[in-house]
Write a protein that binds this ligand. Structure first.
Ligand code: C5P
Length: 232
């Protein structure tokens, strides 16, 4: 089964994260660990998660520093063997290239524009033009520096898909099945709309993990329901 779903393990409890993997791995092949989890549990936490089932790791560290430091940081996580490692595209060409050179087996995944930034915020930090234009430009820069995956808003996927080669994976958070709450996500698409716009992977959290409050089985069923239209 090749699933486009990446489950965000947004919990600060290791046993809960392990249970989420156990209950959803029929529908999900990639799990996302962010800074919160990694700074708390480190590589031992990841080893422990791997006892819960076979999965690929999306290590969402969003590295952004001088090339030499990013190279060293990337080398430091090689033994964890993530499938994806995130870096900020705005760190520049040399920084993205340094991560790629340090981990040729890992898909260096460039984050374009954080969806938490409004157009006003972007102008304040010195970006000119719309967020879509900036995201397209950063995606092109990152790909030309060797990144093989891009994280972007679902609303930017089709514009980026037009300018990057087909082997580049586009990964989008901010997706919501039509029956789910949008929570704090402002600009959402359904999973099917995002895939039809050109996304290869969807990062999804609460539409699946909120069912944990009911039962593991409810969570398993929620994941299967979201996957079903994407593979049929
Ligand atoms: O629960 P939900 O489906 O909103 O979770 C989405 C995941 O994607 C969270 O881990 C969130 O931090 C992450 N994310 C996001 N928007 C971004 C980048 C990452 O929602 N622009």
């Amino acid at each position: 089964m090749s699933s486009p779903l990446i489950l965000a393990l947004d919990t600060d409890d290791l046993d809960t994260a392990k249970s989420w993997i156990e209950f959803t791995h029929d529908s999900i092949g990639v799990y996302k660990i962010g800074l919160e989890f990694f700074l708390k549990f480190g590589r031992h936490g990841i080893t422990s998660l791997r006892e819960a089932g076979d999965f690929q790791l999306f290590l969402d560290l969003k590295l952004h520093d001088i090339p030499n430091t990013v190279s060293g940081a990337t080398s430091s996580i090689l033994d964890i063997a993530p499938k994806f490692l995130t870096v900020h595209a705005s760190g520049g060409r040399a920084m993205v290239a340094a991560a790629v050179a340090a981990a040729p087996e890992v898909s260096i995944t460039a984050v374009t524009i954080l969806t938490s930034l409004s157009e006003e915020d972007l102008h304040e930090v010195g970006f000119s033009g719309s967020s879509v234009k900036s995201a397209v430009r950063l995606a092109q820069l990152a790909v030309s520096a060797g990144a093989t995956s891009i994280v972007c808003s679902p609303l930017e996927v089709s514009a980026i898909r037009e300018v990057v080669p087909p082997h580049i994976w586009l990964i989008t958070p901010g997706v919501r099945p039509s029956e789910s709450s949008t929570d704090d996500q402002k600009r959402t698409m359904t999973p099917l709309e995002a895939v039809e716009s050109g996304a290869n992977f969807l990062v999804i959290g609460r539409p699946i993990t909120s069912h944990w409050a009911t039962s593991g089985q409810a969570m398993r069923e929620a994941a299967a329901r979201i996957l079903e239209p994407l593979i049929s």
